[in-house]
Write a protein that binds this ligand. Structure first.
Ligand code: ZN
Length: 115
């Protein structure tokens, strides 16, 4: 499950941030996880829960996940469908199957609250 190593990487990043700010505890973490970045959200949240429970600095920290919208442009008719969910099966206008996504591939640390 590669989500676990992503969470481990995130924790390292958070600890560096806490050190820089002389914080003792991280209370809330807000992430933006693009629906196309290849991360299984449930696994990521599960990994966060498991690893944070075992970590002095992150115990009890709350994870908030935002899912950004993704634009899918139809190569046939040019229609752009903007949705926050998974890739549409087909263009809602002309039923073409080739839709090109823009965005949604990033895993971004948006905000960290610490004390
Ligand atoms: Zn179309």
């Amino acid at each position: 499950m590669h989500e676990i190593s992503l969470v481990q990487g995130l924790f390292q990043q958070l600890k560096d941030l806490a050190d820089e700010n002389s914080a003792q505890k991280i209370t809330r973490v807000t992430m933006e996880i693009g629906p196309l970045c290849g991360v299984v959200l449930d696994s990521f949240q599960f990994g966060f829960e498991i690893l944070s429970a075992d970590d002095e600095m992150l115990r009890g920290a709350k994870l908030i996940v935002k899912i950004p919208d993704v634009s899918y442009k139809c190569t046939e008719c040019g229609h752009v469908e903007v949705i926050a969910g998974p890739r549409p099966e087909e263009c809602p206008k002309c039923k073409d199957l080739l839709l090109i996504p823009t965005g949604g591939e990033d895993l971004i640390l948006l905000q960290v609250e610490m004390e």
